[in-house]
Design a protein around this ligand. Sequence first.
Ligand code: URP
Ligand code: ZN
Ligand code: ZN
Length: 485
Amino acid sequence: MTFDTIIKGGTIATAVDTFVADVGITNGKITALGTDLGDAGRIIYAKDMLVLPGGIDAHCHIEQESSTKLMTADDFYSGSVSAAFGGNTTFIPFAAQHRGQHLRDVVDETHAKAEPKSVIDYAFHLIISDPTDHVLGQELPALIAQGYTSFKVYMTYEMLKIDDRQMLDVLSIARTNGAMTMVHAENDDVISWLTDRLLNRGYTEPKYHAVSHAAIAESEASRRAIDLATLVDAKLLIVHVSAPEAATAIRDARTKGLPIYGETCPQYLFLTADDLDRDGVEGAKFCCSPPPKNKEAQDAIWRGLINDTFQIVSSDHAPYRYDETGKFAAGPNPTFKKIANGVPGIETRMPLLFSEGVGKGRLTLNQFVALTSTNAAKIYGLHPRKGTIAIGADADIAIWDPTWERTITHDMLHDNMDYTPFEGMTVTGWPRMVINRGRMVVEDETLQVDRGSGNFLERTPEIDRTDLAKGSPLHPDNNFGADIL
Ligand code: URP
Ligand code: ZN
Ligand code: ZN
């Protein structure tokens, strides 16, 4: 048999195994794993390299207008190129509903943005900010059936938040139709109460963003979201976790066997609230929600990577430039309340975690693969097509040079930003080649593919549980039937 490509002699790592083998690729799929595979159109010699599944960045804001009408600096071209240079072969940005919009229109508009531009494969999570009867009764079930099987809801942000009753509606639709709900869990009243008090007393600098988003806002909302999901026996993933108490809530739920999942991000592993206290308004570069906490919290979040609190590390790439188009859209010296929330990091997510995780012995290579690729594929319905190196999977592979030492500067990145919060950090390990469906996307530090060559990934709903969990108050043993959902 002749292959299109053979990757020869590399060390392959999946979420469970590490072994030396050659990878044969035909028509964009992995068609052989073994030795002496024979001939190929191209042989890539990968001795001393790591052959890993391409990364899946499962939380990033690309060509998305915020609820305050700010457009992200990255569109589907620059965002996907930057993702690829950081070792990703798939990303899952948002199709974000603003109040008054039909979800179907939002999805169509997001396709129109992505299709001509993305250089890697992609799916969309929906953002639901306006769960009207029509959205809940018709649009959402129809979109889930068509493969839009994950959506994010917010418990904070004036123009995005939904209340507990609406959350129950969304969760119960997810439960009956086989979808995953993601939640931004922060208590909006706690944040706005603290914000008003701080501003009234003249505490306006960026560092007070971290004070206003107290850890208790996150832990209370996380526990409440878990309880609401438990009531209707729905799967729930808490995104961008920063506070140890929220991590504990997730871990406790998982220990009980509940279908609760956790995601954290590099900003909670590599930054702290002290970064918001840099000179002048430089702290604005680090304002994201929830904000990074203190060093003890950072250590706890690291522990959560190995004790099964977190299944996914995503970037939450939310690129707002350090200028009047982004962080300073409200003026040159805004109060912390007016600074656009979010940090960039789509290209640095994997190298940072590889270097500080695998390189420093905090994570095994297999844990790294699980956290950055395989688990996202499984949780969001892309596995085994994506997220692993196995026969029949898409040939989505990053060939890592584990000895490549690089100091992160904004200049070397490929996003459309004007800063990186990780400026000056030195990492060891970065992908030399990135392959998506057998196509060489990045090689010799150069992009090798055309705009729009990425594919949209259809998913199928996972109605994997027909019976309610025993723990649910709605279980028949507790005198209710699943029909209450
Ligand atoms: O501050 C953040 N994370 N901004 C992006 C939007 C979100 O809530 O993920
Ligand atoms: Zn969020
Ligand atoms: Zn986000």
